[in-house]
Write a protein that binds this ligand. Structure first.
Ligand SMILES: [Zn+2]
Length: 313
């Protein structure tokens, strides 16, 4: 194990003011700069929305934390830290995580999402049971951790047989007729899984999300469909004429091999990052005998155990 570790209790959680949150949410990071025409329309809820329409919309949805919110979240983070400690688990090194409260209208009403080292939390989840809020925070924490340490990301991805590369895949260069749907939790670094087709031949596949139709109103989430895009040996997306990617439904010929490799602990199968965030949540908070593939949970726990670092460092 090569990644530098810390403990959750040593991380500074910064509850951002509305002003600071507006600043953070307006940063033109790779997520913002790679939004597709579909992404912008579905998030702004109108046709031909631009990046600047979206940034303004983001800013207008940032809220202030209340004292009650801060006490609640702080208490839950301490409970999550307790779970790590009880299992002897450590996390990749990170010194600061920002928490920004928004209406979440800017991200289709998601309960939470992340960009950089910031977790954006939907205001409405404050009214959910504590156990649910804790689950959301743990899930989002995973995205921050994979972003903060590439060796950690590689190790976690390998548990579900994905290979994480530091090569950037720029989907904006593809034909936008295929309607890419961006996910702020997923970086545009390439990752792939090798799966067998009906004839037993292996294919390198990148998992991503596309919209099932053009935007015509309603929530972003009702459009999202997961797909595999086929990669060549140099990890370039294979295309047909017109620069349209070769895409395959995840429920087709690769599905059996896919399920064998990534397990069935979650139904949230849109990309490896989300599959792992859900398995991570179970590894930290859940009971192992309640899932169909406990070996994945065990591998996450073992991979993050303090004792393993002592042995190998
Ligand atoms: Zn997520």
């Amino acid at each position: 194990m090569k990644w530098e570790t810390t403990e959750l209790s040593l991380v500074n959680f910064n509850f951002s003011s509305k002003e600071e949150g507006k600043y953070l949410i307006s940063l033109q990071d790779t997520f913002i700069n790679n939004l597709s025409p579909f992404d912008l329309e579905a998030r702004c809820n109108f046709k031909d929305a631009t990046k600047y329409d979206y940034l303004l919309f983001c800013r207008n949805n940032v809220l202030n934390w209340t004292d009650e919110n801060i006490i609640l979240i702080d208490g839950l983070l301490k409970e999550i830290d307790g779970e790590f400690k009880q299992r002897g688990m450590v996390i990749p090194f990170i010194d600061n995580i920002n928490l920004v409260k928004t209406t979440s209208k800017e991200e289709g009403g998601a309960m939470g999402y992340t960009r950089g080292n910031t977790i954006y939390v939907a205001d409405y989840i404050m009214y959910k049971p504590k156990v649910k809020i804790k689950e959301i925070l743990t899930h989002e924490l995973f995205h921050i951790l994979t972003r903060s340490s590439f060796p950690f990301k590689q190790e976690m991805y390998s548990i579900i047989r994905f290979t994480a590369l530091d090569k950037i895949i720029d989907l904006t260069t593809m034909n936008q007729r295929c309607r890419f749907v961006s996910n702020p939790d997923v970086s545009n670094s390439c990752s792939y899984i090798e799966l067998k087709d009906w004839d037993g031949k292996e294919h390198r596949l990148l998992m991503t999300t596309l919209a099932r139709s053009n935007y015509h109103g309603g929530s972003l989430f009702k459009y999202i469909q997961p797909y595999f895009l086929e990669l060549d040996s140099e990890h370039n997306i294979m295309t047909y004429g017109d620069n349209l990617p070769v895409r395959k439904s995840i429920y087709g010929e690769y599905y059996k091999d896919f399920i064998m490799k990534v397990g069935q602990n979650t139904g949230y199968m849109v990309n490896p990052e989300e599959i792992l965030a859900e398995n991570f949540r179970i590894a930290i908070l859940g009971e192992i005998d309640e899932v169909p593939n406990p070996e994945i949970i065990n591998n996450i726990r073992n991979g993050m155990t303090k004792d393993n670092f002592k042995k190998e460092n």
